[in-house]
Design a protein around this ligand. Structure first.
Ligand SMILES: N[C@@H](CCC(=O)N[C@@H](CS)C(=O)NCC(=O)O)C(=O)O
Length: 195
């Protein structure tokens, strides 16, 4: 199995985290973003969006972190990380949707603007990110995990850019339940810190 990513990609990190928690062996292929490798045909043949992460497994190519998480969870994780029962699956996917909207276009993009690797309207991104954090905080007031009362790909999908929110000048201080949840994720077997 191969994971195409970069050293600083939080989306790649999601996939690496689940692979580690599932105890799966894989090869990391670092894509040279400054050199424009992701825009070349050799890479766009894998992902027409020119983005990491991309997963290659048994002749199958999967792009987008959420699709990679779903694939790995169902193929290697039994019923734990993404159950097949429709209602339970939907509960998990609601939170994956938050990761792909408020967290990506809010917290991830705010961080990218602060780091100078993305252009855009910082205030709008930060406000959207805080909206996502409000939703997380509300959910975590009565729950240890985002879905089903246990760790699932919902937590893995939301973790990296929530943890990195302060790098985008979005403080986590107003979000004590979110901070406690980050620590619970960090205590899971197979967790590793990036970088
Ligand atoms: N929704 C996508 C977002 C992927 C994404 O934003 N990847 C970034 C790195 S973290 C990237 O490849 N950016 C390069 C670009 O968009 O040109 C996912 O979850 O995989």
């Amino acid at each position: 199995m191969k994971l195409y990513t970069t050293k600083s990609s939080g989306n790649g990190y999601k996939v690496a985290l689940l692979l580690s928690m599932l105890n799966r062996q894989y090869e990391t292929v670092l894509v040279d973003f400054p050199g424009g490798e992701h825009k070349r045909e050799s890479f766009t043949a894998l992902n027409p969006r020119s983005q990491v992460p991309v997963l290659e497994d048994a002749g199958r190519v999967i792009w987008d972190s959420s699709a990679c998480l779903a694939y790995l969870a169902r193929k290697y994780g039994g019923e734990q990380w993404l159950p097949s029962e429709p209602g339970q699956m939907a509960e998990v996917l609601q939170w994956v949707a938050l990761a792909l909207n408020e967290i990506q276009f809010g917290l991830q993009y705010a961080r990218g603007i602060v780091r100078g690797i993305r252009s855009g309207h910082y205030d709008e991104c930060a406000a959207l990110g805080r909206k996502g954090l409000d939703v997380l905080e509300g959910r975590l007031r009565g729950n240890d995990w985002l879905a089903l009362g246990r760790p699932t790909i919902a937590d893995i999908a939301c973790y990296p850019y929530t943890a990195r929110a302060p790098e985008g000048n979005v403080s986590l201080e107003p979000y004590p339940k979110v901070q406690a949840w980050l620590q619970r994720v960090e205590a899971l077997p197979g967790y590793f810190k990036v970088g």
